[in-house]
Design a protein around this ligand. Sequence first.
Ligand code: 5GP
Length: 194
Amino acid sequence: MELLKQAIMEKGSVISEGVLKVDHFLNHQIDTNLMIAIGKEFADKFKSNQITKVLTLESSGIAPSFMAAQDLSVPLVFARKRKSITMNEDVYSSMVYSFTKEVTNEISVSKSFLSYGDRVLIIDDFLANGQAALGLANIVEQAGAKVSGIGIVIEKSFQEGRMKLEEAGYRVESLARIQSLHNGKVSFLEESAL
Ligand code: 5GP
């Protein structure tokens, strides 16, 4: 997605060989016009899949998922990283190792919001080693629902996330695919290489 690649080139900063910071438009300050365009792009890619719910992970997944859910006319559910005191014990949960925080979090979704028969589109901001997406997929499957696809805003294709998700049988659609972050520079996978 050209608009997203442009934002990454102009406003992203490479923190290390493995980490890209995009606080200017996605992870701290939010570019609302870009999020609307991203949401529409996801909705377009999955519009023939009879999606009934969009599922993401708080907090950075919420903005790009919002417009996708709106465009698909379905509810957006976000998994919580910390249990709220208002959340009773009736939850589906999964353990997820955080690539950026280097801690394991239990993520949970109330059983009220996912049901047998749901066709779920999972969306997340980044794909690194696939732990967050696999944790969300595990929650969907605990509910007896189906993962209809996984939408990723920024995929770091040099890490093993996509391979793991495809091996597990999921369709993955990423809006920007990064080949490397060598020497402080972002290189995208060429469309012809896909
Ligand atoms: P995974 O679970 O696929 O290993 O990592 C994905 C999660 O880690 C995303 O939810 C995202 O929050 C975070 N993440 C992974 N890599 C990066 C990165 O390069 N930059 C930022 N800002 N977050 C990342």
